[in-house]
Design a protein around this ligand. Structure first.
Ligand code: IPM
Ligand code: MN
Length: 377
């Protein structure tokens, strides 16, 4: 526990990123009312739009602040036409750059369906899965795999002839993220919805890929240290259908980087859509929290997108800070936030367009801030 508050570096980024982050800050402010808040937030510019305006993805002091901060809250990056000379998206520094630079090796994406949240499937809004069936956490490796910057093109006379991405799986990278998954399974109070079991599913393509066979070997070794947690294997292709058909079977799943990227977007459908999906990029000394939905340029400036993914990111951030610093004040605030979120969702969902409603982003934030104020500090 720290007497002075925790420093939170905030990057709105591009498109709808600043709009949802504004609501996240509103909610943090509501939590902090009535006493000195145990945190302070500072906003910094950066991203693809910043790059178009300045020629820099972010400013040197923003990068330094991100490295210094106790935690980072990121909106989203990516803007049409904002591309670095090497073809990467401008704003990469804030997301992939920080994952690499701060060694944020576990991308933790909870997938939980709250009562009151609808699914959008085939253009209609309805309840397909019951809330009690969807409560899993996907842990995605976040620093290597297909995202390792070992890629390139062979050009002859200016013409691309070959493009190569290399997938790198290391013992260290696999071990630590798999351990993170087992620790999550062991310490999460809720087991798999189906049977209450603590269970980690290794999602891979070990029937074909050498890196996946190695990932499985490491999974088996690490898993043996957790006799209280079931070990299970799923090929990623089959996993996609099992996840949709039987989400209640899963408590924690672990996957390599790219596979984790794909299955977490699929899983978001189970929790009501990307408007509810948050991720924590967790390292040993640093962590960054974000809504997973991206900058959604089409909706930028319209005050329409769903801010709940950001609210869940804020909750994840408070819980991570609480456990890292053994600070019960933050646990209490995270619990209060979770309760307020559940109340607002149960009383009619986010109401935003992605849920079939017309509630503006800012009004959804106001509603949550009011619900927080009604709960005891
Ligand atoms: C995510 C995103 C990022 C990724 C993009 C924006 C680089 O899709 O966080 O899932 O691929 O990891
Ligand atoms: Mn993604």
């Amino acid at each position: 526990m720290r007497a002075a508050g925790y420093d939170i570096a905030v990057f709105g980024g591009d498109g709808t990123g600043p709009e949802v982050v504004r609501e996240g800050l509103k909610v943090l402010a509501a939590l902090g009312e009535g006493g000195p808040a145990p945190w302070q937030t500072t906003e910094y510019p950066g991203g693809g739009q910043h790059y178009l305006a300045t020629g820099r993805e972010w400013e040197p002091e923003s990068e330094a602040a991100a490295h210094r901060a106790d935690a980072i809250l990121l909106g989203a990056v990516g803007w049409p036409g904002a591309t670095l000379p090497n073809g990467d998206i401008a704003g990469r520094a804030l997301v992939l750059g920080l994952r690499e630079g701060l060694d944020l090796y576990a991308n933790v994406r909870p997938c939980r369906l709250y009562p009151g949240v609808l699914h959008r499937i085939s253009g209609t809004y309805r309840n397909v899965w019951a809330p009690e069936h969807v409560d899993l956490t996907i842990v995605r490796e976040n620093t290597e795999g297909l995202y390792t910057p070992a890629r390139g093109r062979l050009r002859r006379a200016g013409e691309t002839e070959v493009a190569i991405d290399t997938r790198v799986i290391t013992r260290k990278g696999a071990e630590r993220v798999i351990r993170y998954a087992f620790e999550t399974a062991r310490h999460r109070s809720r087991g798999a919805p189906e049977d209450g079991a603590k269970r980690v599913t290794c999602v891979d393509k070990a029937n074909v890929l050498e890196g996946c066979r190695f990932f499985r070997e490491v999974f088996e070794l690490v898993g043996r240290e957790y006799p209280d947690v079931q070990r299970e294997y799923a090929y990623v292709d089959a996993f996609t259908q099992w996840l949709v058909r039987n989400p209640e079977h899963y408590q924690v799943a672990v996957a390599t980087n790219m596979m984790g990227d794909i299955v977490t977007d699929l899983a978001a459908v189970l929790q009501g859509g990307m408007g509810f999906a948050s991720g924590g990029n967790i390292g040993t000394d640093h962590a960054m929290f974000e809504p997973v939905h991206g900058s959604a340029p089409k909706y930028a400036g319209k005050n329409q997108v769903n801010p709940f993914a950001t609210f869940f990111a804020v909750e994840q951030m408070l819980r991570w800070l609480a456990s890292r610093h053994r600070d019960l004040r933050l646990t209490a605030q995270a619990d209060r936030l979770e309760r307020a979120i559940a109340e607002v969702l149960a009383a009619g969902g986010s109401g935003t367009y992605d849920q079939g409603g017309h509630t503006p982003t800012s009004a959804a934030g106001d509603r949550l801030a009011e619900a927080i104020r009604r709960l005891p500090r």
